[in-house]
Ligand binder design. Structure first.
Ligand code: SF4
Length: 227
């Protein structure tokens, strides 16, 4: 039942790529990095995942492009860059000084590991300052192409309403998806991108825009409140 619903959601998201794109999700191949608004590399996704916390995506994207142009999205170069130089690049992002320290720490970890592939270890990620569950799973899925579904507030709200139930914790969303969908990286990416898009575009906490929502035909909340 839940598996069927998740497959239906995937079909709806597949048919609404334009709306996902408007919200910054570029539906691409399983191993593309472009899902995150056209980013170019796994390093850029890891850096963005740290910078975007409590910051606006538009600002973060500009800063990542600036880092790319200066060669600072290479972890070896990042590790050998001073905090002061990074401050001057990332000033304007919320908590940029803390985030600079976190980025330098991450670059050191990757350099010490010798290969970025070893970085895609959930326990390792969760032990790093500034990386919580949602960030860890986002990095694993979108940078490492590992089938880990990111728990999110959007997932909790959207799936609660679609299913007509009350999902209490973000973790439950992760568990529900991973227990009911085969570990397919493309499907996990598309489902996460679609759910976040619906959460940002239609499914607001107060006064959701159900009439415009791409999920209204399968949404229990809409079915029960649209008369
Ligand atoms: S139809 Fe309404 S309640 Fe259901 S997912 Fe869309 S916006 Fe949310």
């Amino acid at each position: 039942m839940l598996r069927q619903l998740l497959e239906i959601l995937l079909e709806i998201f597949e048919n609404n790529k334009t709306i996902l794109k408007e919200k910054g999700w570029i539906v691409s191949s399983k191993t593309s990095y472009e899902w995150w608004d056209g980013l170019k590399s796994e390093e850029e996704i890891i850096i963005s995942a740290i910078l975007v916390q409590m910051s606006r995506w538009e600002i973060v994207k500009n800063k990542v492009e600036e880092m790319r142009n200066k060669g600072l999205t290479d972890f070896y170069k990042l590790y050998n860059t001073s905090e002061e130089e990074l401050y001057s690049v990332l000033k304007g992002i919320n908590f940029y000084k803390t985030k600079v320290k976190r980025l330098i720490n991450i670059s050191k970890i990757v350099v010490d590991l010798g290969t970025i592939e070893k970085f895609y270890d959930r326990n390792l990620l969760l032990s790093i300052d500034g990386i919580g569950q949602e960030t860890a799973d986002s990095i694993l899925l979108f940078a490492g192409h590992k089938p880990n579904f990111p728990p999110s507030e959007y997932g909790k709200r959207v799936l609660s309403r679609v299913l007509g139930t009350s999902i209490k914790k973000k973790d439950e969303v992760k568990r529900m998806v991973e227990e009911n969908l085969e570990p397919d990286v493309y499907k996990y990416k598309l489902l996460h991108a679609g759910i976040v898009t619906v959460g940002r575009a239609f499914c607001f906490t107060k006064k959701p825009k159900c009439e415009d929502c791409i999920l209204k035909k399968v949404c229990k909340y809409y079915g029960e409140n649209s008369l």
